[in-house]
Ligand binder design. Structure first.
Ligand SMILES: [Zn+2]
Length: 266
């Protein structure tokens, strides 16, 4: 296996870690919104993990106004996922698959740029998209009208099989049947939240933690950030599993990590 895994930033927000975790460092930290393109030319696949923030106007009503007040995004036209890919010489229309970790606005805002791709999502996510409750944090106004009819691979319970790594049992779905891209069940943050283990080396962990350096403080979330997790006990367990995987040599990459390099498999 010898693909490329490229990291792009599609907007950002800021938080004060002291307000998020007991013992967190006081100050303003920028949390970029990462998207990740696995380019596997041997098999003619381009697999995008998440799509970043939506650029331009958000027609998302009062829910969107509340969201933007609580978590103000910084997004300009160059943060658009399609623009990011183009400026790296990649035609967005050549993306074959889009894996959605979950559909909070900092992950699903660029879905509309990929009308011809096959979307990969969990049954849990699809259910919450069909009937979103306020606390699911999904702004349906960001989703394109064509999405219900888009090509999809929906991973139900039976799609995931046990997979032993570092003494922990993961639940994975082998997306292409060749082990190159394992979709990993990472429960806790949102309904049906998933990650991806790419070439058995890099685990794209989505929002399993706010940063790969913040896995250790998953147990110390303050009440408000705790309340926005879909299932906090599962969130803590997922963080513990990821810490063990990191110790075993797998590189854990969270969606909001601040990282300078673009190539992650190199
Ligand atoms: Zn996020």
């Amino acid at each position: 296996m010898s693909g490329r895994l490229r990291h792009y930033v599609c907007g950002s927000t800021v938080h004060d870690p002291a307000a998020m975790f007991r013992g967190g460092e006081r100050g303003i930290r920028t949390f970029p919104s990462g998207v990740f393109l696995y380019d596997d030319p041997d098999n003619g696949r381009r697999v995008l993990f998440d799509t970043g923030y939506a650029t331009g106007e958000w027609n998302t009503g009062w829910r969107g106004s509340v969201y933007r007040r609580l978590l103000p995004p910084t997004v300009d036209a160059s943060d658009d996922v399609a623009e990011r890919l183009r400026s790296d010489g990649i035609d967005p229309a050549s993306v074959t698959h889009v894996v959605l970790s979950h559909l909070h606005p900092d992950h699903g805002g660029g879905v509309r740029r990929f009308p011809d791709a096959t979307f990969v999502l969990s049954m849990g996510l699809l259910r919450s998209l069909d009937a979103p409750r306020l606390r699911d944090g999904i702004l349906t106004g960001l989703m394109p009208a064509w999405f219900p009819a888009a090509k999809k691979i929906v991973l139900g319970e039976d799609a995931f099989a046990p997979h032993e790594r570092a003494g922990h049992e993961l639940r994975v779905a082998d997306l292409f049947g060749d082990g190159s891209y394992l979709v990993v069940d990472l429960p806790g943050h949102a309904a049906g939240h998933i990650g991806a283990l790419v070439e058995n080396r890099v685990l794209l962990a989505g929002d399993a933690a706010w940063g790969s350096d913040l896995l250790d403080v998953a147990d110390r979330l303050r009440p408000v950030p705790r309340a926005v997790q879909h299932d906090y006990p599962a969130y803590r367990q997922t963080a513990a599993t990821l810490r063990a995987l990191a110790d075993s040599g797998i590189r854990i990459v969270c969606s909001h990590d601040a990282r300078g390099e673009m190539e992650l498999l190199g």
